[in-house]
Design a protein around this ligand. Structure first.
Ligand SMILES: *Cc1c(COP(=O)(O)O)cnc(C)c1O
Length: 301
């Protein structure tokens, strides 16, 4: 499956004579957003091949990965279990748009404390889960494993050869690793970190097979899912100019960073850049409910 490449018209791009195209992976599927579609594809095929009937995975309260897994599991006829960070959600998850939708798609939850959540990859913890739920196919947090990276390699296609730079937001690093592996020899992949991830350089290095990449760490806005009025304003203005919605956790930070770099003449005249819209738009409702409580401006939907 291929998504469309959208040419972006914007005064800054015209002034700096830089070409920007956004690959609309967010439009791949109405509920399995962008890169999560790519990351789940081969995992669900593997689960089918193993004759598994249940998918179990992990995530936070607003997780794009939880939303995507719930829907994809339903579509392919699996049961789905989401192990969710935060015991306090046990009583309030019905007011959380992401979890409510995942539940309606058939996912069932196990809420655990933040300290248990940190142990979630341990053998003891997984064994306990198998005792509780029986057999399942485990998809790690954020969906990143070898099969996920294989799926993300398919984001870049032959027609993308004309670009000099490929840009993607980075959470766990799975998506950008797929892009790095399938990039063309003359291309450079820029990964924009969505969190304070000093560890991410080492992590990505372990997953890839070449040096055609760089991690950009100046635009994470204080941490994962942290935001600012400046970022919200940027996302709203970008949508007014281009009609493209960005999410505040990943793609908004990437495009903000990319425009800041373009403003500061990081790219030579004539450079052709492709940025991947990895989706994540389902998270806007949850972010707006948080912003509203803090009396901050909201994201235009
Ligand atoms: C999960 C996610 C990412 C990060 O992907 P990783 O493979 O974990 O680096 C980027 N953008 C969006 C919209 C996401 O939902």
């Amino acid at each position: 499956m291929q998504s469309i490449n959208q040419f972006i018209e914007h005064p800054l791009l015209a002034e700096k004579q830089v070409t920007l195209v956004i690959k609309r992976e967010d439009l791949l599927h109405p509920f399995i957003s962008g890169n999560k579609y790519r990351k789940l594809k081969y995992n669900l095929l593997a689960a089918q091949a193993e004759n598994q009937h249940t998918i179990l995975t992990f995530g936070g309260a607003y997780s794009n990965h939880i939303a995507a897994t719930a829907y994809a599991a339903k579509e392919k006829g699996f049961k789905a279990i989401g192990v969710i960070r935060g015991e306090e959600l046990e009583s309030s998850w019905k007011t959380n748009a992401t979890l409510k939708k995942a539940y309606d798609d058939g996912m069932r939850f196990k809420f655990i404390s933040r300290s248990d959540y940190r142990e979630k990859e341990s053998d003891v913890f997984i064994d306990d889960l198998r005792n509780e739920f029986g057999q399942f196919y485990l998809v790690p947090e954020g969906g990143t494993n070898d099969l996920a990276i294989k799926g993300c390699e398919e984001i870049i296609t032959k027609k993308d050869k004309e670009f000099d730079f490929i840009c993607s937001s980075v959470g766990t690093g799975g998506t950008v690793s797929g892009l790095i592996k399938s990039s063309f020899l003359h291309q450079k992949v820029l990964g924009f970190s969505a969190l304070k991830g000093g560890f991410l350089n080492d992590e990505i290095e372990k997953l890839v097979d070449n040096q055609r990449w760089q991690l950009v760490t100046d635009y994470y806005f204080g941490g994962y899912a942290k935001t600012s009025e400046e970022l919200i304003h940027f996302i709203n203005t970008f949508k007014e100019i281009t009609s493209i919605p960005l999410d505040p956790i990943y793609t908004g930070k990437m495009i903000f960073g990319l425009f800041d770099m373009i403003k500061h003449d990081t790219f030579a005249v004539g450079t052709k850049i492709m940025a991947i819209h990895t989706g994540g738009l389902q998270g806007i409702a949850g972010m707006n409910s948080v912003l509203k409580k803090k009396n901050l401006p909201l994201l235009n939907i």
